[in-house]
Design a protein around this ligand. Structure first.
Ligand SMILES: NC(=O)CC[C@H](N)C(=O)O
Length: 191
């Protein structure tokens, strides 16, 4: 199984390590030619969504990646990655792929609560260590979006068709259950 990790900015190396621990091969997407190879899934890491979106466009990767996601390429998105997938961003311009029917709020926890840790339940996974860093949360979801996790009544994890997205950073805590679930979903969709 080969997973492409968007590697233009942000916490991509930690995702690669988690996927490699689970036996997957990883490739980094840094330029348009990197998209020519075959891969089974895509990870959109945390970082800064405005910077990522600008770089994706400058590097001519935005449209081809959007197309792949729309065609059903399985995606795991975390934090800034969730913002890139969201159809609407309530407190900012929309600059992302807009393939996930949710409305997110950027930097939703404000300055004081910018970063925090929480142990909460994720549907199908169980208790999970959640590391939030200037995180967004999901204000509302469209039809057919499955809510996977909520923290204090705010939605922080969803699944929709080929897209799995979380507000927090599952690559930073050493718990690989979310990556494992992602790889399992790809196996099921390949069969
Ligand atoms: N840790 C993160 O990915 C933070 C996301 C960042 N605040 C943004 O708006 O893009």
């Amino acid at each position: 199984m080969k997973i492409a990790v968007l590697a233009v900015q942000g916490a991509f190396i930690e995702h690669e390590k988690a996927l490699q621990r689970l036996g997957a091969e990883t490739v980094e997407l840094r330029k348009a030619e990197d998209l020519e190879q075959d891969f089974d899934g895509l990870v959109l890491p945390g970082g800064e969504s405005t910077v990522q979106s600008r770089l994706l466009k400058e590097l001519s990767m935005f449209e081809p990646l959007k197309e792949k996601i729309e065609e059903g390429l399985p995606v795991l998105a975390t934090c800034a990655g969730l913002i890139l997938l969201a159809q609407n961003v309530s407190n900012d311009e929309k600059r992302g792929f807009a393939t996930l029917p949710v409305t997110v709020k950027r930097n939703a926890y404000g300055r004081q609560l910018g970063s925090f840790y929480y142990e909460g339940g994720i549907k199908g996974i169980g208790t999970y260590p959640m590391e939030f860093i200037r995180a967004p949360y999901i204000e509302s979801v469209g039809d057919d979006v499955e809510i996977l996790a909520e923290v204090e009544e705010k939605i922080v994890g969803v699944a929709y068709k080929n897209q799995l997205a979380f507000s927090f950073h599952p690559e930073l805590t050493g718990n690989d259950k979310i990556h494992e679930k992602f790889l399992e979903l790809i196996k099921v969709s390949n069969n």
